[in-house]
Design a protein around this ligand. Sequence first.
Ligand SMILES: Nc1nc2c(ncn2[C@@H]2O[C@H](COP(=O)(O)OP(=O)(O)OP(=O)(O)O)[C@@H](O)[C@H]2O)c(=O)[nH]1
Ligand SMILES: [Mg+2]
Length: 227
Amino acid sequence: MKIALIVFTRNERKNSEKTFPSVSKKIVDAIYVIDGNSTDGTQEFYKKRRIKIFGQTHRGVGGAYESAFANTKEDALIFWHPDGNMSTEDIKLFVKLLREGKDFIVASRMIKGSFNEEDNQLFKPRKWFNIGLAIVCNFLWGRNGNHATDVVQGFRAITRKAWKKMKIKIPDAIAPDLEEIIRALKYNVQITEFPTKEGYRIHGNTSMTSFKTGRENLKILFREIFS
Ligand SMILES: Nc1nc2c(ncn2[C@@H]2O[C@H](COP(=O)(O)OP(=O)(O)OP(=O)(O)O)[C@@H](O)[C@H]2O)c(=O)[nH]1
Ligand SMILES: [Mg+2]
């Protein structure tokens, strides 16, 4: 089985300088960047390191997923963001689980042994919203023990075979992570989770406000309920 690491970037040069050096290059067969028109030298950073970069035809992070599956040939893709949120150590765990035959793996920030960026706060609106989404999804579509605890986490690995089963042509620009989880539950793609410790974004701001992302996640949820 060939495995590729996919790095999603939009203006992540400064963060990439800090996080990318600790990615172990030998444990995957290839590394690709899907870049959403960065203007801060992100592309130059990866070009210098001989990493192949692809653009995207469709908008947002959803467009980045589409581009990743359309432009690569590897049997499984591990998705990683260089902004500081995602541990580089955990990439090894994804590789191990893929080699064991798992189809869809998520690094959960919601289970024992994990850490969510809001865990140090008393009020955790994003976390609570995500817990609510997970409860609804598992209730509506969880079958044969298949379920997810972190339905909006982008740190995940998906095999090409599973991707085809999920029947997503062009993923939603803003809420593709939830969309993929729902389709996996609907079409019986087994989800495997392990606990991860979420880091804080190092430089820059999120490309999506919580409100906008929350609203889009609800839109996807209702679309999937009524389709
Ligand atoms: N290819 C591509 N990457 C994107 C796009 N928008 C955001 N990204 C990248 O996707 C990853 C996730 O976006 P973030 O802005 O970090 O979203 P987030 O993790 O919810 O927000 P933070 O909590 O601020 O980290 C980052 O590595 C971004 O650089 C896009 O349109 N295309
Ligand atoms: Mg992030």
